[in-house]
Design a protein around this ligand. Sequence first.
Ligand SMILES: Nc1ncnc2c1ncn2[C@@H]1O[C@H](COP(=O)(O)OP(=O)(O)OP(=O)(O)O)[C@@H](O)[C@H]1O
Length: 264
Amino acid sequence: MNPDALRIRGLTVERRGRRILTDIGFTVPRGVVVGVIGPNGAGKSTLLSCLYRHTPYRQGEIIIEDRELRSLPRKEIARLIAAVPQDTPIAFDLTVSDIVAAGRIPHSGALVHSGKRDREIIEHCLRRVNLEQLRHRSVATLSGGERQRALLGRALAQQAPILVLDEPTNHLDLANQEQLLELVHEHTGTGVIALHDLNLAAEYCDRIVVMNYGSVVATGTPGEVLTPTLLHEVFRVRARVVPHPESGRPHIITRARRSVHIGQ
Ligand SMILES: Nc1ncnc2c1ncn2[C@@H]1O[C@H](COP(=O)(O)OP(=O)(O)OP(=O)(O)O)[C@@H](O)[C@H]1O
């Protein structure tokens, strides 16, 4: 078995005549969660959308299970990669249970979950994302965080070996952010996650890919990559990086730009 779940080489994307990604390359070994970080407009969402094939690419290759992604039928891709894109549109007449059940479509072929095994998986995933009490609720009535958890439930129900999540912690409170990232590790442990919160990336990702202006500018473990120099060059912030008191992973403390005088 190939030790790499995913290999990206020379990926270059142009939209409306403008180059958005240039020569992107990195690998995602099995059991490794890769965090993709970078400033606004760096190309993170475009890269992730190539992985679930919404964004076409002409140059470069994405190899999954020893095959180029473009040669795979959509249903096959859905069995291999479960994605939660940013701001996913969902039909508002569906219930939470319908959304999670949709994760079974690549396996069963229809929005019906008649098989016992499918129903068990859907139940399990509703529990994993803490939505079993809301299963009959219309998605139109959900809060942003509940909606995000329903979409993660759908991705988990897909039982694909690779999870691709674009800013999955948006809308989530602190406990749900941590729980979501723990779920990714428990699921298959292989994932590509775009994150803005660098401390969450440091804590929950095994490797980090840093993007800037459509290119990969650094890759490595959180300890190798998240240095004050890189944070200044790429994110334009002056920061201290200290070991987290419990995990020992890098913890970023940004410096206040202005002195704040309390009580004056
Ligand atoms: N369809 C498109 N047509 C033209 N330009 C696009 C298109 N989609 C994205 N872009 C541009 O490509 C660049 C990268 O966008 P992308 O959304 O991938 O960045 P990002 O790193 O995910 O940003 P953010 O952190 O703000 O979500 C941006 O400059 C964006 O304006």
